[in-house]
Design a protein around this ligand. Sequence first.
Ligand code: HEC
Length: 161
Amino acid sequence: MHKRGSILAITFLSVLIVVVACGRASEDDINKALGIVPTATLTDEQIAQATEAANAAASAIAEGGTPDTGVAAMPVGDVRLGQQQFQFQCMACHQPSGAGQGPALTVPDSPVGDMTDQELFDLVRTGEGHTGQQPISTVRISDTQLAAIIAYIRDQIANPT
Ligand code: HEC
């Protein structure tokens, strides 16, 4: 048993060495050879945004100022996450058919068409102008999730499915 294990290990290593030695081993190949499934990381867009924000903060500090931490600024929403979150948090009342308690939001004549992102953000957070609804805090919907919901609603208004 022990012997077979070593043979297996040696075969495995040889394959790996051949792949690497041939210079064709990408990170993907190596991950595959080792049976590693990389965990999902940030999208290129998210990395670009974070890099830009970090650069802006760094230049602000370099210029002797205080960086704008963007507390008031909303993160840019991810439409796919927004779809999930909308279905989970809003759809029970805001059905696309308009059959729910509230108006359809994900349609071309959506009331959201007349609102800014900030107004929509505030409506959800404060509950003001959201008749009968309690304010929804970050405990239930994070800022990222809310920005994503807004991005999804905008996307649906522009490209109804
Ligand atoms: C429990 C039911 C319910 C849920 C959940 C709900 N809403 Fe509403 N919403 C309503 C009702 C009822 C109205 C219509 C009354 C009003 O305009 O205040 C409404 C109205 C709105 C309006 C239109 C306001 C206007 O000025 O015309 C927006 C925008 C809105 N909701 C956004 C959301 C978003 C985004 C979510 C999910 C995060 C959400 N709502 C979740 C019940 C709900």
